[in-house]
Design a protein around this ligand. Structure first.
Ligand SMILES: *Cc1c(COP(=O)(O)O)cnc(C)c1O
Length: 404
């Protein structure tokens, strides 16, 4: 069997479709975010990153870096084991307490990433709750989809952000079946925010558990960064809140929060929690410092909001179509995978602007886009440089100015 030949054939198909993934090789510069050194031959050495999920630049915050260095000096590099076998460090417990407090919950449980937290928690709930049915928003993230699939529980898709459809789907199920409603607060590709109150009310009416992914909202929304659920005063009505430490908090790791019994249940049964080495104590310490900072400081959130509004205004003035939403994510629709890649290459090579083209299967075919995430550290000049570059390319590439 010619395995490499088989691999190559499938890769060639991806390339022909314009969906082959090319990663930019960057060297992030602490203290200079959103600037990075680019190691790709055909790009300038210095580029401005416009698509980072380090939404507030917390990955270079002095308090975060200091906490990480101090913890390395105190504890060394790694955790030394799984949580069960010598890997539970004091820093993990402190971070879990910080997270439980962030969401107003009794307990929290750490994972090595947000992906793993969704995968492990949903697969455990779905497989361990007898006859569970998981009602999943049709646009949920791959980590939730994979967790649900692995659980082998019955799954019902409901129309994206549509509480009425959820209500219909719940009504069609046996009244006594255990039901789990799984959804996100901020959907990162369109940047739309769910109608959380309506979803929670529908779930409550049917006695369903609510499972909320706040990955793109924690640190960014709510007076203490507790996400959309905090902003809307709904945290205590949601059974399980899941989040990441890798995006707005600028480090790495994932978590769930909920009741003591719920977290103990996942801790005790989730393979993806039990059989893997714990996060390095320094990572936990850095994440805790980041969360603690954003609980009391709103200035990063405020300037991010100002920059987002500024970029939107300038795009509108220049007639560059972007999806209107209430979040910090600005999708500029290209609607063609080859053009999307081409514009991204031009931006990088000619203007030193790095934005990753978002193509299928991350988004449906025909909805290819560039996705901009302005941070507090993008200057007004950075925004101007970006808008003028887009304007120029728009002319050259004859992309529709029709609003997406
Ligand atoms: C990125 C992402 C995750 C995974 O989080 P990581 O910490 O990056 O593994 C989960 N859910 C959503 C919606 C995401 O966008």
């Amino acid at each position: 069997m010619d395995f490499d030949g088989l691999f190559q054939t499938q890769l060639d198909t991806l390339k022909q479709e314009g969906n082959y993934r090319i990663f930019a090789e960057l060297e992030r510069k602490a203290g200079a975010f959103p600037r990075a050194r680019c190691h790709d031959d055909d790009s300038p050495d210095d580029v401005t990153v416009w698509c980072s999920n380090d939404y507030l630049g917390m990955g270079q915050h002095p308090a975060v870096i200091r906490a990480m260095k101090d913890a390395i000096d105190n504890c060394g590099a790694g955790a030394g084991g799984t949580r069960n076998i010598s890997g539970t460090n004091h820093n993990h417990k402190l971070l879990e307490a910080e997270l439980a407090d962030l969401h107003g919950k009794d307990a929290a449980l750490l994972f090595t990433s947000g992906y793993v937290s969704n995968w492990a928690a949903l697969s455990t709930l779905g497989s361990r709750i007898p006859d569970a049915v998981i009602l999943s928003d049709e646009l949920n993230h791959a980590s939730m989809i994979e967790g649900i699939r692995h659980s082998r529980a019955a799954k019902v898709l409901w129309r994206h952000n549509d509480p009425e459809d959820l209500d219909r789907k719940l009504s069609a199920l046996p009244a006594n079946a255990p039901k789990i409603v799984a959804f996100e607060s901020v959907y990162s590709m369109d940047g739309d925010i769910c109608p959380m109150r309506e979803i929670v009310e529908v779930a409550e009416k049917h006695g369903a558990m609510t499972y909320l992914d706040e990955v793109h909202a924690v640190g960014l929304y709510g007076p203490r960064g507790g996400g959309i659920s905090e902003r809307e005063g709904l945290s205590d009505r949601i059974t399980l809140i899941e989040g990441t430490l890798g995006k707005a908090y600028g480090v790495v790791g994932g978590y769930i929060t909920g009741s003591e019994a719920l977290c103990d249940f996942i801790r005790s049964f989730a393979s993806g929690f039990i059989f893997t080495t714990a996060l390095p104590p320094a990572v936990a310490a850095a994440a805790q410092a980041s969360i603690a900072h954003l609980k009391v400081s709103s200035s990063e959130r405020k300037s991010q909001r100002d920059r987002v509004a500024h970029l939107r205004r300038r795009l509108d003035q220049e007639g560059i179509p972007h999806l209107h939403n209430d979040s910090h994510i600005i999708p500029v629709m290209i609607k063609d995978p080859v053009k999307c890649r081409m514009i991204a290459d031009y931006l990088m090579q000619r203007y030193g602007i790095y934005v990753q083209p978002i193509n299928y299967p991350t988004v449906p075919k025909g909805t290819e886009r560039l996705r901009f995430t302005p941070s507090p550290l993008h200057s007004v000049d950075d925004i101007e440089h970006l808008v003028l570059a887009l304007k120029e390319l728009w002319k050259q590439c004859a992309i529709s100015h029709a609003v997406a």
